[in-house]
Ligand binder design. Structure first.
Ligand code: FAD
Length: 322
């Protein structure tokens, strides 16, 4: 059994699903599972983390922690981790986790296996797997030496467990120093889209260069709205100004692992595949039967996306209505 700390994430008072995945994986292996949660007005969220497997939730609740800053969050978690002696520290490979987890690892002078897609406990040791060479191979990583074993996980890779509403966690309040930091975020301007982020969504509908312009993405947005999906894009679409960079999937964009990825007019260049090949089910719509995307697609449709996408959207609507 390992003593495990899960670095939980929340945004605007809503816990991230990726944190539930980590708690579920740790507690299912019978570990002593702790979570740490920072923010403003987040004390009440501690109980919810208990439903996913946290035994104790350590909460730092302060107006000074309303917005994430790497400097303050890493220092608080680092000081806490140093005082506790965890065998394992797990976090999410989200935009926040990408910034936060290396800072904590550096402070503890230990290595970090990032962007992992599987986790196995053996006593108080872990083995993780992570894609390398843009997803062409998978490395199995074991940890040597002293200090906590640290790993961050691709959202959706481990799966969200069913919450046990009968369970709740013990909530322990932390009172860390929150002043004296060099960085302070006073406001965060949100994008207009009400859709989920591509890294978090269970379904992603993506468009490529073939979309031709920004307006044409409307047909993908319509499909996404019916499915409750996020809208993603290839780099060619982003570079052409059709979508903002935050929607880009791939090596130099975001890495996604949804239950369903629908690629529309995307050729399947290796750099795009690096960002989506671990999706559970991949559907590709492309006019070119030789397009490389079909080599990794579970379902391939050789068709003009401008004809096919509206037909699929209409069918999805019908299915939803029944
Ligand atoms: C260092 C580096 C990093 C990169 N990082 C990324 C990254 O993060 N993400 C990324 O995506 N790319 C990345 N790229 C770019 C990548 O190599 C490709 O250029 C890019 O993915 C191509 O985008 P695309 O598939 O939309 O366009 P294209 O390759 O031009 O493919 C368009 C596809 O649409 C099909 N098509 C055309 N018309 C229709 C239609 N009406 N209906 C259906 N299908 C149609 C065509 O058959 C074709 O297969 C990177 C490149 C480099 C060098």
């Amino acid at each position: 059994m390992a003593k495990v700390l899960v670095v939980a994430e929340q945004r605007d008072g809503r816990l991230k699903k990726s944190s539930f995945e980590l708690l579920g994986a740790s507690s299912a292996a019978g570990n002593e599972t702790h979570a740490i949660l920072l923010g403003e007005g987040v004390a009440a969220l501690g109980k919810e983390l208990g439903q996913y497997g946290a035994k104790t939730v350590h909460v730092a609740d302060s107006p000074a922690l309303k917005f994430y800053t790497g400097e303050a969050h890493a220092k608080i978690i680092l000081d806490f981790a140093k005082s506790q002696g965890f065998d394992v520290i797990l976090g999410s490979h989200t935009p926040t986790g990408r910034d936060l987890m290396p800072r904590i690892a550096a402070g503890l002078n230990v290595g970090l296996a990032s962007d992992c897609t599987s986790l196995k406990f053996e006593g108080n040791k872990i083995k993780v797997r992570r894609p390398v060479y843009a997803g062409k191979a998978t490395a199995e990583v074991e940890f040597i030496g002293n200090g906590p074993q640290m790993a961050s996980f691709r959202p959706n890779a481990l799966g969200v467990p069913k919450p046990d509403t009968g369970k709740s966690a013990e909530v322990a309040n932390l009172s860390p120093a929150t002043s004296g930091f060099k960085t302070k975020v006073s406001d965060v301007a949100k994008g207009a889209s009400g859709r989920p982020d591509v890294t978090e969504a269970a379904i992603v509908v993506s468009g490529g260069r073939a979309m031709k312009n920004a307006e044409n993405f409307k047909i993908l947005e319509e499909m996404a709205d019916v499915l409750g999906a996020a809208v993603g894009a290839s780099r060619a679409a982003v570079d052409s100004g059709f979508r903002p960079h935050r929607d880009q999937v791939g090596q130099t964009g975001k890495v996604v692992s949804p239950a369903l990825y629908i690629a529309c007019g995307i050729s399947g260049a290796i750099q795009h595949l690096a960002g989506m090949r671990t999706s559970k089910v991949i559907v590709a719509i492309n006019t070119d039967p030789e397009a490389p995307i079909f080599q990794i697609a579970d379902y391939g449709v050789v068709a003009d996306l401008f004809a096919e996408v509206p037909l699929l959207t209409a069918e999805f609507k019908k299915l939803k209505e029944h």
